[in-house]
Design a protein around this ligand. Sequence first.
Ligand code: ADE
Ligand code: ZN
Length: 321
Amino acid sequence: MSPIPKAELHLHIEGTLEPELAFELAHRNGVDLPYADPEQLRSAYAFSDLQSFLDLYYQLMDVLRTEDDFTALAEAYLARAAREGVRHAEIFFDPQAHTSRGVELDAVVRGLRRALDAAPERHGISTKLIMCFLRDLPQESALATFEACRPYFGVAIAGVGLDSAEVGNPASKFADVYRLAREAGLRLVAHAGEEGGPEYVREALDVLGVERIDHGIRAIEDPELVERLVRERIPLTVCPFSNVRLRCVDTLADHPLPAMLAAGLLVTVNSDDPAYFGGYVDENFAGIREALDLTDSQLRVLARNSFEASFLEDDEERRKA
Ligand code: ADE
Ligand code: ZN
């Protein structure tokens, strides 16, 4: 059966770095990895929470050094995504995680764009690129990164997001940079309600004015917030495998996705950091289908939601779905 056409809206390009490519790039760039081989690296992917994942994730990024590395990374994801039925992808990247290591912003953006710009013809996938601010760093760093990225706004970068360690780093810390992003005409999203409670989701909406919430699973704990998300049709980009691997949810069978669907939330299914969490978007679809007994019609709703929740224009959305 061919995979259901879908949009992927929550995907960190750095989280698609497969161990084999990490070793290839490490070799090419003379980087020493503290693992013997890809298998040993893969066996280190046992996380106790978000932070334990982020520690390894930022460490492994060190193999990404040149424009060509970023092209190779994005090209590998797009080829895989095409096989999984992805027709449109809104892709996150973390500029600060690269510039802080001395990699030029230009190398990152140009490298990614080279693969993304070829994707419609090569893979039948349209894309948008979203720069994320690392929320565990001060807002001053986000502001400097925002200004450095300004030449790319509208042409290479379509929006801003907020990721990294959530608890203790609420959305309100980033009010100024999101105001500037809105004034610059960028689309606004933020991770919220992954490890943090419903109040983190509320702040992202009220203080940052985001159009979409990344994760948002803990919103389900607050009926008033759920009612608002339903009423305002705010999409939630849910990542089931990620939630289990980062221990936000005990098992796939315990995932709140059915309750979220039943509440009328505009839920989408995504892979987050698929190289680390055991599967790409279609494996997430297959996993929830099995563990949560979802019907074909529920899976179709999830796929349809992904186009509605995307930043595609209405006519583009209809053509893709
Ligand atoms: N960066 C990459 N994946 C992330 C996640 N799931 N939550 C927060 N920051 C991230
Ligand atoms: Zn994420």
